[in-house]
Design a protein around this ligand. Sequence first.
Ligand code: ADP
Length: 198
Amino acid sequence: LEVSLEKPRTEADYKKSIVEALVEVGRVSNTLKNVLDLAWSESPIGRPAPKNFRLDKLMIELVDITERLAESKKIKIVSEIAPNVPISGYRDKLAQAVLNILENAVKYTPADGVVTIRLEKELTRAVIGISDTGRGIPPDDLPRIFDRFYRSSNSLDAHGSGLGLAIAKSIIALHFGEITVKSEVGRGTTFVIVLPLD
Ligand code: ADP
């Protein structure tokens, strides 16, 4: 923007600068939102009491959002959501955590791939599985993908802050849950989230 203001320019040039600035502001605001979510999940100060809610209903909403995200890339969404899965916690925050993983599944899967979203109800726990047929994660990077700001060499062509999975892990831990990942380069990735039932 400083360079654009140095001398008079054509309307087209101004337009180009504004569009570029908008994209950049969008990215910064996304990263900021992520940083605030991470701070929220790590500080108990001012956090309200957890509430009971239906994870199956939340997952159906998230499947819907993922379908819309995947539409332009022609990625197929397959879903199997068990009914009546009550858990306790923070609905909006957990939604953000799971959405971060779903967004990655769409982002790192090429056109015509498949993203599978499952929710199973076991005796004492809910199990969410998110699988994609995307590029996969190199084995050496796998232990580090949940670190803040860590981005694997497989993601250099995609935009991101490297905070999405750190936030997901922190929010899931707050719900006494666990997240694990399995991946094979060139074949795909599966994330599994386990949460205690209420
Ligand atoms: P980013 O903003 O880079 O997506 P994340 O914290 O969400 O940050 O993910 C960290 C890194 O893990 C990504 O940069 C990417 O290298 C890798 N990754 C995450 N999910 C997937 C996936 N479904 N397929 C392939 N790589 C993934």
